[in-house]
Design a protein around this ligand. Sequence first.
Ligand SMILES: Nc1ncnc2c1ncn2[C@@H]1O[C@H](COP(=O)(O)OP(=O)(O)OP(=O)(O)O)[C@@H](O)[C@H]1O
Ligand SMILES: [Mg+2]
Length: 586
Amino acid sequence: MKDKTSTDQIAIRHFWRLCTQHKRLFVFTGLIPIAGVGIGVVIPYLTGKIIGSLAVPGTDVAPYIIALIVVSVVTVVVNLVAFKNFFELQPRVMASLDNEAIDRLLKRGASFHNNRISGKLVSDVSDYAAGFMQLSNAFFIDTVPFLAVVVLGIVLVSVSSPLLGLVLLAMTSLVIASTIRFRRRMKPHRIARQAAGKAMIAHIADTTVNNQTVKTFGTEQHELARHGELASRLLWLRMNDWRAMAKDGAKRLSGLLLFQIAFVAVLTWEVHQNPALLATGIFAFSYTVMLSNRLFQIGNIMRQIEEALLQVAPMTEMLQEDVEIVDDPGAPELDAHSGKVSFQNVSFRYLDASSKDTVFENLNITVAAGEKIGLVGPSGGGKTTLTKLLLRFEDVTSGQIAIDEQDIARVTQASLRQSIAYVSQEPLLFHRSIRENIAYGNVDATDEQVLGAAKKASAHEFITKLPNGYETVVGERGVKLSGGQRQRIAIARAILKEAPILVLDEATSALDSASEKLIQSALTELMKDKTALVIAHRLSTIQKMDRILVLDEGKVIEDGTHKELLAKDGLYAKLWAHQSGGFIEE
Ligand SMILES: Nc1ncnc2c1ncn2[C@@H]1O[C@H](COP(=O)(O)OP(=O)(O)OP(=O)(O)O)[C@@H](O)[C@H]1O
Ligand SMILES: [Mg+2]
């Protein structure tokens, strides 16, 4: 396991830097302990002086009363100013943290997201800012004022009575030290608790996303039982922690009470020796009661700090990791003037796959500018992977992919992806309106352009029949649309993009033959003057392409026009015979 201390330190340093960036807010927030000292030390001290002086007839108490009023007013004002600034500082830093987290998640590559459950990621992001809030509360509201009160109080008491000061110092140090030791001992439990909590969230997210599958297989009870196991583990870990905390609290309380008794004994003895010490004594005593109260709470404060650090740990660690795919410094923009695409000696293996699972080995494909290529082959042959490499969702293991003689790994990712209109095998939509989903292809598109693209993609008709037309919100990932409708929205989105290279991965697979024919003419129109790479299992879709490549186990095993491949009587001819029922269309 990674060293948690260093993660904690990184998080704390980072938060500190963000807080101090807001100079004015930070400085005024720094006044919080002053108010704390006013309430916790100066006011009890002055009250002690006033009451103490009653025992000495003829003492002028007026200055003390005036001081008491002044200090009270100042404390109230400082408190107000300090908290006003703190509550302005805190949400600002939280906003930066949210921003930083989402920015990183957006930049992380496919291999990162493929290995994560999105629901857990969402919880990591929200925990990041929430953890900071808890940590800053514990630090600014509890810890710093507490330390200020302790230090000042002990100093004030020691000035009048070093012996009483010593008793206080001993009590405070012992309680703090034993609490720190206790919390250290509890650390492995805390980490286990965090992991158990996250495992539970991951399971909830996974079952929610796959809710339909759960229903299909009637496995609600199975999932509930699985949740029960995870939940009871968390429950057990929490109870263990709280039980240990209760024990530690009892120990601390006994220690504190013992000290208080010792303190009263020393105080009685000292005042007996020197009645002038009564004032200090009264202050010291009220102070000790207050301090004991706080010291009793210290376990809780430390626990709050630890919980907060645990909350921010996943995101902190994620921010330490490198982003998979980054632009070279000063990388130029891709200039895709003609749209020639070439794969040169490309080898590729998914990062988490074993070395024998190489998808491509020294693959060479050249697509001339404006050429329309059909890509077919058995499932798992690497067709989709090929498109992912072209879009640089993954980097090639070796070799090079070039567009118009420019290595795609050396140009900016934004310019590369801007040059390619891509319809993926499983087009996913945003939980937003249809209009927004289509306009995603070009955020500056006018309503007319959106409408035009929808018409070309044969989507206009079904859209206008929806209850809210173009304003209909399509559900998470587009679940409220049929597969074919989703595909047509994705095609409309690609049409709107107007990129020189078009990549369609089974873009019309969910459409009936009649609808496909309708779209086909729009797609043919769209492909005009463009380089196109069209993947399809339904061979009629790609029959008219300039060239068809048959990809099997990462290798191009056949390459030619529909007619040439039929004449070759290889895999393509076999697939064609299957699909056309033996009838070979002209
Ligand atoms: N993210 C991934 N991580 C690891 N392996 C992967 C990943 N995606 C795909 N693969 C593997 O790479 C190989 C090629 O998959 P790919 O999706 O490119 O096939 P395909 O030709 O598009 O198949 P289909 O016709 O079914 O869409 C498969 O063996 C698959 O299991
Ligand atoms: Mg595929």
